[in-house]
Design a protein around this ligand. Structure first.
Ligand code: PHB
Length: 383
C-alpha cells in the first residue's frame, strides 16, 4: 500500500513537471545611475510587477545590469548578459544611444529583445530586426502629434531645444516635419549636452532673443527637472509658452517640478488619469507596492513583462515560436489598446496631448486630445 502511494506521488510529480511552463532567464539592462536613474528604477519596478502578474506559474530569473545610460557601458553589459549569462530574452534599455550600440549584438546573436523605453527610430526602421520588438514608443511617434497639434492652434513659430544625442535629434526632427507641414516654422534650435548640464540659462536667453512664439523641447530625467525649474525662474512663460515631448513632465518627477510645470502642454503615450479599468488596477497595485505614482516608464516596463511572459508561455519551450509570438500580439493595458506592427515591430498605440495644471496643491495632467492608433511608417524596415 505504502509503495503504491509513493509511486503515485512520484508519477504525479513527474506529470506536473512535464506540464509546467519552462523556466525563463531574462536580462534587464537599465540605467541605475546618471541622468536616466529614475527612468531605470521605474522601468524595473513596472517590469517586476508585470512578471508577478503574467508569469502564470513560470519560474522567472531576472539578471539586471546598469548601463549608466552610456552606449559603451550598455554594450559591454549586454554582451556579458547575452554571451556569459546566456539569457533567453532581454528587456529594458532607456537611451536611444544605448539601443543603437547594442542592436548588432542582439541581432547577430539572435537574442530576442523587448525594448521597454528607448525610442530610437532606426531600431524599428532601417536597422530593424526579427529579434527586436518595441512596446514603449518611437521618438517620432511621440512628437509628430505635438507638431500637428501646435500648427492647428495657429502657432506660427517655434524655438526648439533637446539634448545632443540620437533621441534629442529624432524627437525634434519629427516635430519639425509635422509643425512645418501644418504651416509653422522652426526659427531656431540648440542641442545642449545630455549629461552634466545643470544650468540652462544661457540657452533660455537665446531662445527668448529669437522672439519665437513658442518653445518645443525634449528633456529626460534629471535634465527635465532642472530645465522646467529654470524655465520657470527665467520668467519667460508668458512670452514663450512651453510645449514638449511629455517625458519633460513625467508623473515620475512632475510633482518635484511642482508649480513650475503649470501650463506646459505635451504629448505622450500615457497619462495617469486614463479612464480604463486596466489603468486603475495597475496604478493602485503600483502605488501600494512602491509608494509612488506610476509613470510612462513603469507602464512600459509592465507591458514589456506582459509581452515576454505571454509569448513565452504560449511557445511551450519552442524558441522560434517565442520570437514569432513577440511580434504577433495585441492587448489592452493601462494605456489602452496596443499592438505590435508586424512590418516594423514598433508598437501601435494612442498618443495623448495633455496639459499640466497647478491646482493649488499639486500638478494635475489633463487630457486635451487623443491621436488614435499611431503607427510609424516602415522607414526602410523590411521584415
Ligand atoms: C531615449 O533615449 O530614447 C529616451 C530617453 C528618455 C526618455 C525618452 C526617450 O524619456
Amino acid at each position: 500500500m505504502k509503495i503504491i502511494k509513493i509511486l503515485l506521488t512520484a508519477m504525479m510529480a513527474i506529470s506536473l513537471t512535464a506540464h509546467a511552463a519552462p523556466d525563463v532567464k531574462i536580462g534587464l539592462v537599465l540605467p541605475f545611475s546618471g541622468v536616466f536613474t529614475s527612468l531605470g528604477n521605474d522601468t524595473e519596478n513596472g517590469f517586476r510587477l508585470g512578471i508577478e502578474k503574467f508569469a502564470n506559474g513560470t519560474n522567472v530569473k531576472i539578471i539586471k545590469a546598469d548601463s549608466e545610460g552610456n552606449p559603451a557601458i550598455g554594450l559591454s553589459k549586454t554582451k556579458k548578459i547575452v554571451f556569459q549569462d546566456k539569457v533567453d530574452v532581454m528587456s529594458g534599455i532607456v537611451s536611444s544611444a544605448v539601443l543603437g550600440a547594442v542592436r548588432d549584438t542582439l541581432h547577430n546573436s539572435k537574442t530576442p529583445m523587448v525594448v521597454a523605453n528607448a525610442g530610437n527610430i532606426h531600431a524599428t526602421g532601417k536597422d530593424c530586426s526579427p529579434y527586436i520588438v518595441r512596446v514603449s514608443f518611437s521618438n517620432a511617434q511621440i512628437t509628430r502629434p505635438m507638431g500637428d497639434w501646435m500648427a492647428k492652434q495657429g502657432i506660427k513659430t517655434a524655438y526648439v531645444m533637446a539634448p545632443d544625442y540620437a533621441a534629442g535629434h529624432q524627437m525634434i526632427n519629427a516635430f519639425r516635419e509635422e509643425f512645418e507641414k501644418g504651416g509653422g516654422k522652426v526659427i531656431g534650435e540648440v542641442y545642449p549636452p545630455l549629461q552634466g548640464v545643470t544650468d540652462y540659462s544661457s540657452y533660455l536667453a537665446v531662445a527668448k532673443a529669437s522672439e519665437a512664439e513658442s518653445m518645443f523641447v525634449f528633456f529626460p530625467g534629471s535634465a527635465a527637472i532642472n530645465f522646467v525649474k529654470q524655465y520657470h525662474d527665467f520668467g519667460i512663460a508668458k512670452d514663450v509658452p512651453l510645449y514638449a515631448a511629455g517625458f519633460l513632465t513625467s508623473p515620475s518627477y512632475v510633482q518635484v517640478q511642482g508649480k513650475a510645470a503649470d501650463g506646459i502642454i505635451s504629448s505622450l503615450h500615457y497619462l495617469l488619469d486614463l479612464p480604463y479599468e486596466e489603468n486603475t488596477k495597475f496604478k493602485q497595485a503600483y502605488e501600494s507596492r512602491y509608494n509612488k505614482p506610476a509613470s510612462e516608464f513603469s507602464v512600459a516596463g509592465y507591458d514589456a513583462a506582459r509581452l515576454v511572459m505571454e509569448a513565452w508561455n504560449k511557445a511551450d519551450g519552442d524558441k522560434e515560436a517565442f520570437v514569432k509570438n513577440l511580434s504577433n500580439t495585441s492587448f489592452k493595458g493601462p494605456r489602452s489598446k496596443l499592438s505590435i506592427d508586424p512590418k516594423t515591430h514598433n508598437v501601435v498605440q494612442n498618443i495623448y496631448i495633455l496639459k499640466n495644471r497647478w491646482d493649488g496643491e499639486q500638478i494635475v495632467q489633463e487630457l486635451i486630445e487623443t491621436y488614435e492608433d499611431r503607427k510609424d511608417a516602415a522607414n526602410g524596415c523590411q521584415l
